[in-house]
Design a protein around this ligand. Structure first.
Ligand code: 5GP
Ligand code: ZN
Length: 141
């Protein structure tokens, strides 16, 4: 039996409060609720993080995110909604099975993400960009 908690949720081996599913994703209530309506959208087939996703899984996550976000908006009318997704321990990931958080947001709700802005010169940005671009797949067709 797997010791991945989200694989076990997908398999129905441990209980969850489900809100949506299709062939590739399952959405369920986060047990560590930040605000009412906080939902996790996880891939069904185990993938540890963003870089491990197949493109069909990525597309399914995006589609489900839009659908569930609209339902949260209609149900709770939050003033805002954060989409949060962590990859790796330094980024805050605690369950190493790919998932996206949809968190309804309200003024002064206590949720914080510190964002230490560096503003490097444009030449540095160009250098960083080149390192990424040369590793991207060529556009198809
Ligand atoms: P991460 O920090 O990896 O982005 O978030 C993992 C999330 O999974 C946490 O917000 C935590 O509350 C949630 N979580 C962990 N175990 C369970 C569980 O057994 N059931 C549910 N519904 N959520 C879980
Ligand atoms: Zn898993």
């Amino acid at each position: 039996m797997t010791d991945c908690v989200f694989c076990r949720i997908v398999a129905g081996q441990i209980p969850s409060t489900r809100v949506y599913e299709d062939d590739d994703v399952l959405a369920f209530m986060d047990i560590g609720h930040v605000n009412p309506g906080h939902v996790l959208i996880a891939v069904k087939r185990h993938a540890e993080n963003l870089c491990a996703l197949e493109e069909t899984q990525a597309a399914a996550i995006a589609r489900a995110s839009v659908r569930v976000a609209r339902a949260i908006q209609a149900a709770f009318a939050p003033a805002g909604l954060s989409v949060y997704q962590a990859n790796g321990k330094p980024a805050g990931q605690t369950v190493f099975h790919y998932h996206v958080h949809l968190v309804p947001r309200h003024e002064a709700d206590g949720m914080q993400l510190t964002w230490p802005v560096k503003n490097p010169p444009r030449e540095k940005l160009q250098e960083y960009a080149a390192r990424i671009v040369e590793r991207l797949p060529r556009a198809q067709g």
